[in-house]
Ligand binder design. Structure first.
Ligand code: FDA
Length: 455
């Protein structure tokens, strides 16, 4: 197990890999590397990770009471690659003394809070090779004879914390920087306008203040899982407030989690998708978008509908669904925010004076170009300007770039729907680890060949 005295720590100097971001994706990679190092201690991979958060955290702002995982616990960080690993969710449960209790729950879908505990438990075992509170701000190519064999990953203390700029050298870079909140055009987040990412970081403070709800209304914009979860949470947390769900759809649509459709998240589907022609890729993404995007678990839809109906029966409607309605603007004010919405069917515009506006408007992938700096110009792109990525998740580059640049995420156009999800992290991380070992072995062989040729 990677501890302070692990090979990765003792080595110093040039790391075999530096992972930027230490979310579940690079955590799964740390596990894959650790597994390799235990199997082959004679040729360890020396890995380091940079994470801008002060400690491990997986979407902390949405760890709502009762919210459950959207994947089976068997799609944890390791099982699909090696079910015998010490890092399975079942190992975690066993260590917590909850294995039998969990089995009695008869579910494949633990709560997000419990899975977060599992992630934290795994992450704690890599504390020695992870620099928390460090934001990677750039990558400098290290050139020798016109070839780039290494990079320096430059980081700064995140959020202006203590410490200065640092650079760590690596032969491989793995970018696992995840997603960034997407806001509607022209709308800015603020004191009372939050993206769902920050829901639990902001809403409880409001709930604890008697004077905070002047308008007794909170609007939630969006139609996906996070939107529906936010509506449910706010409705339960602010019993004195009206919760307005603003969605352009006619109603929440259920996520397709049926078994045949679910195969799109299998590791083998990544192979098929990767090899498919562009039109087939586009068609598959379109057909199966409803497994992941702008859809909601059926149980939650039914729960919310039941609330709406019961309130109608009781004559006090507090959960209002403004369907076929678009947010056209948000104005901030001292003790709230005004949401301007327009009905798509009648064109009628309404102003909702709110105590808070919650934007459940999704996420975008963080474009790696800015981080890559001058190296970005050496990365190959397709006709649409998207990075070309090999099956082993390595960005294709000009030949002179020997350093491996791997992507964890942002590869939906090449590797399919699992790109930003947890489903194939175990397998993908194993593939990245194998790929860099193979390239390392190739370099060693070439080096030995060159020495022999010199004799
Ligand atoms: P993730 O975003 O988790 O991690 C990236 C990390 O990089 C972050 O810790 C960030 O701080 C860090 N970082 C970013 N830039 C950096 C920089 N420049 N320097 C240093 N660190 C940097 N999927 C699924 O399959 N099943 C599910 O149940 C769910 N549930 C779910 C709930 C919610 C509320 C959300 C928002 C999303 C999901 N997802 C999901 C999808 C989600 O993308 C997925 O679960 C993982 O977060 C993907 O892990 P990553 O490590 O790729 O990104």
């Amino acid at each position: 197990m990677a501890r302070d005295d692990s090979p990765a720590e003792r080595g110093g100097g040039v790391a075999d890999l530096v992972g930027v971001g230490f979310g579940p994706a690079n955590l799964a990679l740390a596990i894959a590397v650790d597994d390799h190092n235990r199997r082959s201690p004679e040729r360890p991979v020396r890995a380091r990770f940079l994470e801008r958060q002060e400690r491990f955290g997986w979407h902390r702002g949405m760890l709502l009471d009762g919210a459950t995982m959207q994947v089976s616990f068997l799609k944890d960080l390791v099982t699909l690659r090696d079910p015998r690993s010490r890092f399975t969710f079942l190992s975690y449960l066993e260590g917590q003394g909850r294995l039998a209790d969990f089995i009695n729950l008869r579910t494949f879908h633990p709560t997000r809070r419990e899975f977060h505990g599992y992630f934290e438990w795994c992450a704690a075992q890599f504390a020695g090779i992870t620099a928390y509170g460090r934001q990677a701000v750039g990558v400098r190519p290290v050139e020798s004879d016109g070839r780039v064999g290494e990079v320096e990953v430059v980081s700064e203390p995140a959020g202006g914390g203590a410490g200065g700029r640092e650079a760590v050298r690596a032969r491989n870079l793995v970018i696992g920087t995840g997603l960034t909140p997407r806001l509607p055009a022209g709308v800015e987040a603020g004191e009372r306008v939050w993206h769902t990412r920050d829901l639990l970081l902001r809403a409880p403070a409001l709930a604890g203040r008697a004077d905070a709800l002047r308008h007794r209304r909170i609007a939630v914009v969006g139609a996906g899982q996070s939107a529906a979860e936010a509506v449910e949470y706010l409705h339960r947390t602010f019993p004195e407030a009206e919760i307005c769900a603003v969605l352009t759809r006619y109603g929440y649509s259920p996520a397709d989690d049926s078994p045949f459709a679910n195969r799109i998240f299998d590791p083998s589907a990544v192979d098929e998708f990767y090899r498919a022609p562009e039109e087939a890729k586009r068609a598959l993404l379109d057909h199966h978008a409803n497994t992941n995007y702008a859809v909601v678990d059926r149980d939650l839809i039914e729960q919310l509908y039941r609330v709406v109906y019961d309130e109608k029966v009781a004559g006090r409607e507090r959960l209002r669904v403004l369907n076929a309605t678009r947010l056209t603007g948000v104005e901030h004010d001292a003790d709230g925010a005004r949401a301007v919405v327009r009905s798509l069917t009648t064109g009628e515009e309404r102003v909702l004076d709110c105590d808070a506006v919650v934007l459940a408007t999704g996420y975008a992938h963080v474009d790696p170009h800015a981080l890559l700096g001058p190296l970005a110009a050496s990365c190959l792109t397709d006709g649409q300007g998207r990075l070309r990525v090999d099956r082993d998740h390595r960005v294709l580059t000009e030949n002179r770039v020997e350093v491996g640049i791997y992507l964890q995420g942002g590869t939906e156009h090449t590797h399919g729907l699992t790109s930003s999800l947890l489903s194939t992290l175990a397998v993908r991380s194993g593939e990245i680890c194998d790929s860099l070992l193979l390239r390392q072995a190739g370099r060693t062989l070439r080096g030995e060949g060159a020495v022999r040729a010199g004799h």
